[in-house]
Write a protein that binds this ligand. Structure first.
Ligand code: PQQ
Length: 604
């Protein structure tokens, strides 16, 4: 948050379930595990890609550490990244090496797990352009690398994708995909699908026109590029495109749902986690908010922002799309995780996609068609009344509609949504989704935004504060079939890191004060906790070490949008700093300090 940008500018629908899947028949209604074919690594000892598998479950079969013994967990070793910004990545483990990527300057470290204390085996510094820090919207974060076939792939803040030899750290290729002078950065963890590296661009708050690309894993050459806005040809919408809902059908909707030419600077960036179903041979990913935030400046549905796309990974052609929030009103990037699970729905097996959105709804979609099976509130919301399941469209509460020059108060949830990018996990044992989320409301005033390339293009003055109850975050366990919360843990600050769940009956997550916790996956009882050196916003992982023992790893190091007051040294009195987040986090400076460290835990 050296970024001048952040410093300057800134109920419930009740859906009835069929009796055939009611809680009284759990054997029929329980979500079933995704097919084993989803595993990226044949060896469950490893954790090779941020979400563990391409289904995105963040679930490990390892159970040596379990509800009975987790209270004996101890630090095995630590490692300082030497970087003081927000650490959002997942530590990966493959074949006795651990890989981490720091926030800017995006240093990659490989630690040798075959030796005591996990000493450094190699490091690689991509030397990104320092100016990229000035156009990063939400701290200078990176969501980690991904591993495939002996190579490590990652993005850099100055919009490069790099492939390294995982064994040696030797650079194999390094391609530049964006222009920081236009506000384009990259923070996403790539996903490798077959022989392609899937990665997208950030910069929605700078009028960047979003896209996702597939690069040849061998040489980094672009195989296809699909924009989120514009003519069908650019969006890769062709004969195969069969969206479920009427309003998503029609020619060039990525142009006609915008004022003239507004789609050229209309956002829809791609910076969340992608998932992949090898049976359907489809990738799934979300697009971010339209720019500018001020909705008065972009009448229309603003397709295809805030949308989930299903695409053929070989050609990029879209199979279907569904817009979570047409004509976005509150910066609700649709990039949150899409987790692929098999369910029995109304007596029939369905290939489902589970998505907890910024708008406070957990969606269950049929991932073959894009049909919304259910959409239930996981958090109180006053901006809309849920989804009309006939049309698929969200029903807006006009009272909270932003109008230029008028302050709309008590808008819940806020711009970062009921939850932001921080990924949930799904346990095949419990059938529950573990959702890290926020409890915040805001005052919002739309203002006129004018586009100058590479400068903020936002058009809103925001101030956030704690939601009902005063706590600012929660970890909730969610029954995806019943569409109901099973338990929840309240946290003082937003839960800004990911969750991880294991066959040991545990859920792991960290909070922004620095506590790393193991929770009983069934009951939510906190079984163990350890205070790390800084607030946690990273993604926990687990692996079996070369010594045969199970380990748990997490990066500690506060930052990200929520923690930018600390990582960016922002003034707590500047209530609109960090796009209004500082107002909600003024006391974070008393709770934690910055600094990136890896923590690895094991039983004695
Ligand atoms: O529109 C975009 O391109 C874009 C990019 C990013 C990013 O790359 O980190 C974030 C956001 N938007 C965003 O809306 C947001 O809430 C956010 C939070 C964070 C974070 O790391 O804590 N990044 C981003």
């Amino acid at each position: 948050m050296r970024s001048s940008f952040l410093q300057c500018c800134f109920l419930a629908a009740v859906l009835t379930l069929s009796p055939s899947i009611s809680r009284s028949q759990p054997q029929d209604g329980r979500p079933r595990p995704a097919a084993p074919a989803f595993a990226v690594s044949p060896n469950d000892a490893d954790w090779a890609t941020p979400a563990k598998n391409t289904a995105g479950t963040r679930y490990s079969e390892l159970s040596e550490i379990n509800t009975q013994n987790v209270n004996r967990l101890q630090v095995a070793f630590t490692f300082s990244t030497g970087v003081n910004k927000g650490h959002e990545g997942a530590p990966l483990v493959v074949g006795g090496l651990m890989f981490i990527v720091s926030p800017y300057p995006n240093i990659v470290y490989a630690l040798d797990l075959t030796r005591p204390g996990g000493p450094l085996k190699w490091q690689y510094n991509p030397k990104p352009d320092a100016s990229a820090q000035g156009v990063a919207c939400c701290d200078v974060v990176n969501r980690g690398p991904t591993y495939s076939n002996g190579r490590l792939f990652f993005t850099t803040l100055d919009a490069h994708v790099v492939a390294l030899d995982a064994g040696t750290g030797r650079e194999i290729w390094n391609v530049k995909l964006g222009e920081i002078n236009r506000g384009e950065t990259m923070t996403m963890a790539p996903l490798v699908v077959k022989d392609k590296v899937i990665a997208g661009i950030s910069g929605g708050e700078y009028g960047v026109r979003g896209w996702v690309q597939a690069l040849d894993a061998a040489d980094g050459k672009t195989v296809w590029k699909a924009y989120s806005t514009g003519p069908d040809q650019d969006v890769k919408i062709g004969a195969d495109f069969k969206p479920f809902y009427e309003e998503d059908r029609g020619k060039d909707l990525g142009v006609s749902t915008w004022p003239p030419n507004a789609w050229e600077i209309g956002g829809g960036t791609v910076w969340g986690f992608a998932s992949y179903d090898p049976d359907l041979d489809l990738i799934f990913y979300g697009t971010a908010n339209p720019g500018p935030w001020n909705p008065n400046q972009r009448p229309g549905d603003n397709k295809w922002t805030n949308t989930v796309f299903a695409r053929d990974p070989d050609t990029g052609q879209a199979r279907w799309a569904y817009q979570w929030n047409p004509h976005d009103l509150h910066d609700w990037d649709g990039i949150n995780e899409n987790i692929l699970v098999e369910v029995v729905w109304h007596g029939k097996p369905r290939k489902a996609l589970v998505h907890p959105d910024r708008n406070g709804l957990v969606y269950l979609l049929d991932r073959t068609t894009g049909e919304v099976l259910s959409a239930n509130f996981y958090h109180p919301v006053n901006t809309h009344r849920g989804v009309d399941l006939k049309t698929g469209r969200i029903r807006i509460n006009e009272q909270k509609y932003p109008h230029e020059g008028k302050v709309i108060r008590n808008v819940c949830p806020t711009a970062p949504g009921a939850k932001d990018w921080s990924p949930s996990s799904f346990s095949h044992q419990t059938g529950l989704l573990y959702i890290p989320h926020n409890n915040l409301c805001m005052d919002w005033e739309s203002t006129e935004a004018n586009y100058i390339a590479g400068t903020p293009y936002v058009g809103a003055e925001v101030r956030m504060y704690a939601g009902p109850g005063g706590h600012r975050g929660e970890l909730s366990a969610w029954d995806i079939l019943a569409g109901k919360e099973v338990w929840t843990i309240k946290e003082r600050f937003p839960v800004w890191g990911g969750t991880m769940t294991t066959a040991g009956g545990l859920v792991f997550y960290g909070n922004m004060e620095g506590w790393f916790k193991a929770v009983d996956a069934k009951t939510g009882a906190v079984l163990w906790q350890f205070k790390t050196s800084s607030g946690i916003i990273g993604q926990p992982t687990t692996y079996r070490g070369p010594d045969g023992k199970q380990y748990i790893a997490v990066l500690s190091g506060v930052g990200g949008w929520a923690g930018s007051i600390v990582s960016g040294d922002l003034d707590p009195r500047d209530s609109t700093a960090a796009l209004g987040f500082v107002n909600a986090m003024a006391d974070l400076k008393q709770a934690t300090t910055k600094g990136g460290n890896l923590y690895v835990f094991a039983l004695p």
